[in-house]
Ligand binder design. Sequence first.
Ligand code: NOJ
Ligand code: CA
Length: 695
Amino acid sequence: MTARLLIAWLGFSWSSVCAQQIVTIHSPNGAVAVSVRQGDAGAVSYQIQYRNKPVITPSGLGFVLNKPKLTLNRFDIVSVDSSRTDETWKPVWGEVSQIRNHYRELLVGLQDKSGSGVGLRVRFRVFDDGVGFRYEFAPQKALTHFIVADELTQFTLSADHQMFWMPGDYDSNEYHYNKTRLSEVDALAAASREKDIALKSVIGPNAVQTPLLLKTADGLYISLYEAALLNYPVMHLQLDKQALRLTAQLVPDAVGNKAYLQTPHNGGPAQTPWRTVIVSDKATDLLASKLILNLNEPSTIADPSWIRPQKFVGMWWEMHIGKATWEKAGGKHGANTRNVKKYIDFAARHGFDGVLVEGWNEGWEDWFGNWKEEVFDFVTPYPDYNLDSLTAYAQQKGVRLIMHHETSGSVTNYERRMDAAFAFMVKQGINTVKTGYVGPIIPRGEHHDGQWMVNHYQRVAQKAAQYKLMVDSHESAHPTGLHRTYPNWMASEAARGSEFNNAPTLGIAPEHTTILPFTRLMGGPMDFTPGLFRFKLNQFDSTRTQAVRTTLAKQLALYVTLYSPLQMAADLPENYEKHLDAFQFIRDVPVDWDDTRILAAEPGDYVMIARKEKGAANWYVGAITDENSRDLLLDLSFLESGQTYEAVLYRDAPTADWKTNPEAYIIEKKAVTAKTKLMLHLAKGGGCAVQLVRK
Ligand code: NOJ
Ligand code: CA
């Protein structure tokens, strides 16, 4: 191959214009282009275009280090390499049974111009739906142990776009999303509206979290995020409203440093997570993107046969709405043997895999507020909770208990006790743990989103895998596709989940679940805990005047629109027993899929998704809307042609309305084929769930 042909095949070009070096690489189909440019003084910038429209205009790269004291922002480009990859891999579980990983790669070698002798590389992967890039520090004498004071990565925008954002916060990602132009962001005002978040570390008026969703006036949807967040803090973004620029704002540790790195790291380079820019002119394409997963490393678990997607019920919501308590003191202890047996019976009767039990272990009397180091030991059940007998009972009924480990932020304590706790679970035949990190992190001063905690979450996933345990983490950092590498880390919360329906002030706005797929879910499955069937929350406590802002049909649709291999049916058995006909959908809906089609979506407005059951011919559709009612046309052409399916529609009744009549639903059956088109009417705050069973 001649050099020219080789360059065309690899899809990149290198030119020198007016003493500037410019390297450009295109994605396999040419839609996405990245250019890296070295200016006169050595500043290196990159830019991204999508079908010739600007996505990221020239934006800087680099670092400030604390040790050695060094600013890395002037470089010589010393090498440029490229390659291409086109492979297909199968996730252990997921939205689709196989994933194509198809990109062109550009590896740019940079040498610090100041004479420090420090070199680094920036690796760009250019996909048809976006770009990932990361920094790599190869083992080198000039840089063995080093401390990152700041990352200088910028994302400069071409205009004052619409953004869906939440305040940058070192400890919480449980906010609503705000929709404003970049220039209108007021993160402090947004944060102060959210009175129900217990622990906030808001960065400042102009800092926002990622994933950040942007919508441009010329019709592009852009997601800024990160992939493979390992051994590094979470990246938030600082806005410069004049310059329309966002700059990486890494989460600091207790003394203000951002990251402690070393070379070699695990025998290779020290590296940052991937910075990702996903882009399309169709909102639906963003939701179908597999870019984040593709940028993560393959599974580290050789035999994943013990990892099972599952649905569960649990001793949980009754504590949140005041029927019972986590603590034993006070006489309303929920996790007592008799009560948990009821849940096991209910789970067995309706075909659920698991029963989550919170408040089973000693320590809840003083877990919140005093933030002590020694609260829970994770192996001592309350005396009224006979775990041995419940384990046997559950086993006999074909159900597994799910263990809860609330650490109350005392992570040093949890790390010391993790082996004993996991061995205890194995002894009890329990294979799933829900972890939680409510409260300030001990050692004091670390943040939920800092490097120290990011390393902790990884250690939990790795250690749990040694014990063949599946993990569902709450209050952890936002997920970045690590479920490819650690498929036993099934889900996390890391956003405002259904528990906030019970919060006294803002609750969950109807549009929230139409934004989540475009933001939080870009990184991985969420334990949102849908399935509430009773919307007035004063069932056991008359002071709870708040109501869930949804219709019942929408709660069903969320099982399809909010993908997770771990799905809870969150409400109480007695509330499901009043609507067993609607509950049938939760019983039937799978948690693992062969295929997924994003049929219609607009962030903040509506989402309609169809998914095909793993290993079966049946499809399920979920359609949800915000506070507005709307009609969505469901075109069933994704069904196998020539086949007849029975469609069971769980839909809002004509009179349904999240404010005035949320429980009004209709269940309707009809024969359909690939030629059928159904007009789905979604009530205000409503939704529709459809089961399609091949005859
Ligand atoms: C917050 C979690 O998100 C919730 O699910 C749990 O019940 C409480 N913490 C208590 O651990
Ligand atoms: Ca939470």
